[in-house]
Write a protein that binds this ligand. Sequence first.
Ligand code: PRP
Ligand code: URA
Length: 211
Amino acid sequence: MEYSNVTIMDHPLIHHKLTVLRDEKTSSRDFRALVSEIAMLMCYEATRDLPLEETEVKTPVAVAKTKKLAGKKFAIVPILRAGLGMVDGMLNLVPSARVGHIGLYRDPETLMPVEYYCKLPTDIPNREVIVVDPMLATGGSAIDAISQIKKRGPKNIKFMCIIAAPEGLKALCEAHPDVKIYVGALDEKLNDHGYIVPGLGDAGDRIFGTL
Ligand code: PRP
Ligand code: URA
């Protein structure tokens, strides 16, 4: 499966951290730290195309002709709950980013997303948005969250997840072909309960210790 708008990470640090993250023996404390670190590494890749402008800065030696980000109009939108675990790592790289929140959970019977909260920066039409969630399983939550955010008219939307199932990736690409997608690892399949195989279990429960 290959899509032009999908980037699958292939970096030794991400491979290594993902291995520890998947391990059922990893504690909630370590799990949270790893989710944050992986999100930071992925954010580096997902911000590669941010626009720059020419500038000058006076060093102690001379004036340097250099570059800076053109505007700071960037927003991170985690899908609650598990997406929250990715925010701090990304803010480490882009401290001026605004943070919106969208609350969805999967109905355990139907696996359909149920929205319960949405609070986005008021100037969202001027911002580039990265929607984050560690898991892309059926794709229902990401598709729905992005549809809700699109209604508020942001300039551009990207989606970042740590682990994706092929089924969810296909569904998201088909529903939102304009959205660039960044994936830490593409796994094998979904099981009958909508869990990613091999995956890492329930990301929200492992982050917040609610197992
Ligand atoms: C998990 C995960 C995604 C969703 C992915 O959240 O964090 O949001 O499932 O599944 P999907 O692609 O099939 O929609 P969950 O619904 O368990 O809620 P939580 O983060 O509050 O635990
Ligand atoms: N949500 C999770 O947290 N894990 C999965 O494997 C699927 C959905």
